[in-house]
Structures are given as structure tokens and as C-alpha cells.
Ligand binder design. Structure first.
Ligand code: COA
Ligand code: THG
Length: 562
């Protein structure tokens, strides 16, 4: 089938559906929602068999849905309608929620439902539920409905009596330190993460808050800032305290940043309250990096918001990795976090720095220091476990490990194309050809579209794919590794790795790969071509696109139709 996606942005759900459909042999072309006239133009150029809007904030023009079957993915159960579906579900403590696949009609979300799925609600950020439960449900819905269409049949459609829920404005989201208890604060911020954030007053000014964590020990007045940890701040509530890791100034086009960088002027007398990543604790608090040992395996979880790794975060992770190397374990496992494994260097902190070019250089070097330390681990097995998506440098960070496992449904962007066509670092010129050969490596780096973990496995980019949920995935990883490290295969594997690396690096020392890559990156950062700086400017400010780039839109690429 020829399928046209209409979307606000090529976000994670849209990318996942793109993979699921193209990898099943369908052709998918994407039009971003720039202007209704361009949407109609795209439709007429592409002449699709089917239109799907996986993530769209505006009306699909009548000229489209009257001509060809057009569907909307709504992140709510049948009958729920409106632009803030998950936000309301979280704020109103829904026990169960769902996703519907419905026909587009004139009225928003009012068409007949072709398929739907429900799931139990989890106490988590909106973005996390969107990326996990809602995405998995949406894929099931689309595939179910598609089966009908391929057979030219229609399911028994549901015509629910809809209830409209309006856009949730800040009057519902705003945190009142003198009224809201900790649970209420957390719920409001959860309902607003990743966008638009929940407003709250601090030091007489309003800020958007993101990524809250309950604190059980520290106490203080409501709205008082009590402590700093790894650039997050702890704030008192009427019945406890809460950590906020990220904030944004209440200005148009401001950038979301680690909280400490947004309100430094309020932190003069506030102390750092460190907890070592390997400390065992049994109360709620915020921890950015956690190191745990189970059955001779060291697991490193890094809760980096959005999978973005700033210079300082790379340094903190490197310190923990060095600690892990000294432990009497047989394997070190990098777990990232459930939403993302890693998305490479942190474009937000780079953009907000005094000199973005210099900060890019520091950040990429900090990434490489970490990658180098992993590659030079010769006496242990190193494993990357992708519970969530990975992009750009985050994929190649994973490839520095001996084994790369991914959860089913993970989406990978194994290239550096989307942010100003960077050359790439993280030793990709060493690790990628080793895995797939140079021809395939070039092909992977040239292709700027996402691929599923399943496809990545098929082309030899990663080693295993299993588990539908992060929990199931982690259990399977542990089961596999606990068995493997106690077999003679493990010793053989390690011996081969050691000999292989020494042989490789005699031929071409590791630092040469690094230097060659960084020479090219230097041109991206400091050279004449400003593409990277421009792309980053738009990316971090979430500025909507002016046009759909041809790499997404097949219909804007092909001039002549057969
Ligand atoms: N630095 C800072 N923020 C990043 C980031 C990065 N490297 N990668 C992703 N993010 C943020 C996005 O800004 C967005 O933030 P928000 O939800 O808080 O507004 C969030 O992560 C999710 O991004 P989105 O594009 O909605 O995610 P997605 O799941 O739909 O897509 C990517 C993920 C990786 C494909 C896409 O975000 C991307 O291209 N990121 C840039 C990767 C990159 O080029 N890194 C630098 C080179 S090493
Ligand atoms: N039919 C048609 N077009 C559609 C849908 C449809 N486009 C996408 C849409 N479904 C997805 N659902 C919604 C529902 C409501 C709103 C947006 C998308 C909405 N928007 C506010 C407005 O337009 O005023 C703006 C809200 C905001 O700022 O985010 O209410 O079923 N033909």
C-alpha cells in the first residue's frame, strides 16, 4: 500500500509506525503539517491508498478524508476526544487508558473507531506512557485495521457517544506550593511532561517544571529550594519535598535545561546533597546514575532526561564506569533508562552555553572519553541494553560494547544526519565496519531514516532482540548473561576479544580513529558550513518546520509518476 502520514513532527510514535509499515513492505511518505494547502498538495502529488495521522494537532482538510480512507491515532479509549487526552487521564487518575484508531471526519476525533487497545495506567510522565504503552497499543491498532483494509473488508466499527475534553491549559497544570501536596505536584508535572511543562513560582518568578521525583528525607517550607544533586533541585512541599530535574524559563522559545542552570540566582545558599551511584538506599529520592551488582554482573542505569548526555553527564557516567571496571564482576551492563538508551550529546546544554561550538567540542570529547574507556575494557564483558530508543551518538555509544541487546519495538537512528549532517564520532569508524563491513556501514550512515531493532538485528548492527516490555527485556538479559558468564564460552569470548583488539590496534591505534573522526567534527563545529548550528537552533527551541524535507516526503522527491 502507499500510505501518507500527516504529522506535526516525525516523533517517536511516527517513526515506530514508519518502521513497522515499511518493514512489512508498504511504502510510507511523510508530510509535516506546515499549511493545509501544502497538505492537500502532498495528497494530490502522492495519491496514497490510505492516509494516517499518527500525531497531528490540526484539522485534516476535507479534500483529503473525503477522497481516501483517512485515520487518526488518538491516545485515548473510544469515545474520548480532544487534544490533551493523556494529560487528562493522568491528572484525573484514570485507572485504565487506551488508544483508538478512528476515521477522520469533520469534527475532531468523532469518526467511527476501527480498532482500539486499552492498558492499565502507570504512575509515570506523560511522555513515558506515550512512548511505551500508547506506542505499543497504536502499533497493534494500526496493524489490526490494516489487515482489514488489505482484505478490502471493514471491521465492526464502533460509534461511541463521544465526550469532548478541551485543551488542558496552565490553570489545571500550575503548581501551587501552598495548596498542592507532593503527590499533586508530581501528578501535575507528570501530566505536562515533556510538553508544555507545569508552571510554578520560584523566587517570585514562574518557570515550567519537568521530570519530578518524590523525596522522602529532606524537608523544608513549601516552595523553598532545599538541595541540589546532579544539577536537579529539591523543593519543599506542604507535606514533603520533590526533586525537579529540568526547567524552562517562561519566555517564548526558551530552552529546557537542567534545573540548576535555569535558576542559579536562587541557589546561592543551597547545598549539594550527593549520593554515590553505588550506595544502597531504600527511600524515595532522585538519583541520576545507579550502579547495582547482581550475580557477578554490574548494571549501570543512567536516567538522562530525553537520553541527552551533556559534558558533565558524560563525565559522571565515566566515573561510574571506571568504578564498575574495578569491581570483581565478569560483566558490565549499560542500561540507559526505559524511555531512551541515549540520544548522544546534549543539544540543549550546548545551545545554552556561552560558545556552542566550544561546548560541542567539549561534549563530543566527553562522549569519546566514555566510549574509549568502554572499548578498552579487556578483562570483562561489556553489554549495551537498549530498553528504549537510541539516536545518533547514542547508537554508537552502544556499539562500543561487546554485545548490544535491544527490546522489541525500539527505534534506532544510527546516523548523524538529522542535526546538520555531522560526520559522527564515538569511534563509529572502528565499530561499525567491524560489525557490518564498510559497504553496509556507508549505507547505514547515508540512510537518514529510522530502523527498528528487529531490522538492526537482521543487518548485523546489533546482536539480539527480545522482550516486549522493559521489565521482560531486563529479565531476559539477566537470565542470558548469568548463564553465559559461567560457561567456558565466556572465557573463549574474552580471550578472543583481547587478542582481536590488540591485533586491531597494532594495525591502527584507537586514538587514530578518534582523531580522524574529531578532525571532521571540528569542521562541523568550527568550519564555514553553519548547518549544524542552524539545525540545533531550531531543534532545541522546538520551532515548527517551514517545509517537509524531501528525505521524509517521497512525493516531494519524485517528479514523474509511473
Ligand atoms: N539533545 C537534547 N535533547 C534531545 C536530544 C539531544 N541529543 N535528542 C532528543 N532530545 C529531546 C527532544 O528535544 C525532545 O524533547 P522534549 O520532548 O522534551 O521536547 C525529546 O528528546 C524527544 O525528542 P523527539 O524528537 O520528540 O523524540 P523522538 O523520540 O520523537 O525522536 C530522535 C528521537 C533521537 C530521533 C530525535 O530527537 C533527534 O533527532 N535527536 C537528535 C539526536 C542528535 O542529533 N544528537 C546529537 C548528535 S550526537
Ligand atoms: N478529523 C480531522 N482532522 C483531525 C482529526 C479529526 N486532525 C487531527 C486530530 N483529529 C487529532 N485530534 C485533535 C483534537 C483536537 C484538537 C487537535 C487535535 C484541538 N486543537 C486545538 C484547536 O485547533 O483549536 C488546539 C489545541 C492545541 O493548542 O494543542 O482542539 O478527527 N478532520
Amino acid at each position: 500500500m502507499r500510505i501518507l502520514f500527516l504529522c506535526h513532527r516525525f516523533n517517536s510514535l511516527t517513526q515506530r509506525l514508519y518502521c513497522e509499515l515499511t518493514e512489512r513492505g508498504h511504502e510510507v511518505s511523510i508530510e509535516l503539517d506546515v499549511h493545509p494547502e501544502l497538505t492537500v498538495e502532498a495528497f494530490n502529488l502522492y495519491k496514497p491508498d490510505l492516509v494516517i495521522a499518527p500525531f497531528l494537532k490540526r484539522k485534516i482538510p476535507r479534500e483529503v478524508w473525503q477522497k481516501v480512507k483517512t485515520f487518526v491515532i488518538h491516545p485515548g479509549p473510544p469515545g474520548d476526544r480532544g487534544p490533551s487526552a493523556l494529560d487528562w487521564a493522568i491528572l484525573e487518575k484514570a485507572k485504565e487508558w487506551g488508544v483508538s484508531f478512528l476515521e477522520a471526519v469533520e469534527e475532531y476525533d468523532a469518526g467511527p473507531v476501527w480498532s482500539y487497545r486499552t492498558f492499565p495506567m502507570r504512575k509515570a510522565r506523560k511522555s513515558s506512557i506515550y512512548r511505551m504503552e500508547a506506542t505499543e497499543s497504536a502499533v497493534d491498532c494500526v496493524l489490526e485495521a490494516l489487515d482489514y483494509m488489505l482484505e478490502d473488508r471493514e471491521p465492526k466499527k464502533i460509534y461511541p457517544k463521544g465526550s469532548w475534553k478541551p485543551y488542558m491549559d496552565q490553570s489545571y497544570r500550575r503548581v501551587d506550593w501552598f495548596k498542592d501536596g507532593t503527590e499533586e505536584v508530581i501528578r501535575k508535572v507528570y501530566a505536562s511532561d515533556s510538553q508544555p511543562g507545569a508552571l510554578a513560582c520560584l523566587g517570585g518568578e514562574e518557570y515550567y517544571l519537568y521530570n519530578p521525583h518524590k523525596e522522602d528525607m529532606l524537608r523544608g517550607k513549601p516552595g523553598e529550594i532545599l538541595a541540589i544533586r546532579d544539577e536537579a533541585v529539591c523543593i519543599g512541599t506542604i507535606d514533603g519535598a520533590v526533586w525537579i530535574t529540568h526547567m524552562r524559563k517562561r519566555e517564548k522559545n526558551s530552552i529546557k535545561l537542567p534545573a540548576q542552570r535555569v535558576i542559579p540566582h536562587l541557589l546561592d545558599k543551597v547545598k549539594e546533597e550527593p549520593i554515590k551511584p553505588w550506595e544502597k538506599i531504600d527511600f524515595n529520592t532522585y538519583r541520576e546514575i545507579i550502579y547495582e551488582e547482581v550475580a557477578g554482573i554490574g548494571y549501570i542505569t543512567f536516567n538522562f532526561y530525553n537520553g541527552a548526555m551533556s559534558t558533565q553527564q558524560c563525565e559522571r557516567l565515566l566515573e561510574v564506569f571506571r568504578y564498575a571496571k574495578e569491581r570483581p564482576t565478569k560483566a558490565i551492563v549499560l542500561l540507559g533508562q526505559e524511555d531512551f538508551f541515549s540520544n548522544g550529546m546534549n543539544l540543549n546544554t550546548i545551545e545554552a552555553s556561552e560558545s556552542p561550538a566550544d561546548e560541542s567540542w567539549r561534549n563530543i570529547n566527553a562522549m569519546d572519553d566514555l566510549c574509549e574507556e568502554i572499548l578498552k575494557t579487556l578483562d570483562k564483558l561489556t553489554v549495551a541494553c537498549l530498553q528504549g530508543n537510541a539516536g545518533a551518538g547514542g547508537v554508537f555509544l552502544a556499539l562500543t560494547c561487546d554485545l548490544v541487546f535491544a527490546r522489541e519495538g525500539v527505534v534506532l537512528n544510527p546516523h548523524y544526519k538529522n542535526i546538520g549532517n555531522l560526520y559522527g564520532s564515538e569511534f563509529w569508524t572502528y565499530t561499525l565496519p567491524k560489525r557490518v563491513g564498510w559497504e553496509k556501514a556507508k549505507e547505514i550512515m547515508q540512510n537518514r531514516m529510522p530502523i527498528s531493532s528487529k531490522k538492526a538485528y537482521e543487518i548485523g548492527l546489533i546482536d539480539f532482540v527480545f522482550g516486549r516490555t522493559p521489565k521482560e527485556f531486563r529479565e531476559k538479559v539477566s537470565g542470558f548473561l548469568e548463564n553465559f558468564i559461567n560457561t567456558s564460552d565466556y572465557d573463549v569470548f574474552l580471550k578472543r576479544k583481547r587478542e582481536g583488539r590488540i591485533r586491531d590496534w597494532r594495525e591502527k591505534p584507537l586514538f587514530e580513529y578518534r582523531n580522524e573522526e574529531l578532525e571532521r567534527m571540528k569542521l562541523n563545529f568550527f568550519g564555514f558550513d553553519p548547518s549544524y548550528h542552524i539545525a540545533r537552533y531550531y531543534f532545541v527551541r522546538r520551532i515548527p518546520p517551514f517545509r517537509t524535507p524531501p528525505y521524509l516526503a517521497i512525493h516531494r522527491r519524485l517528479k514523474i509518476k509511473p
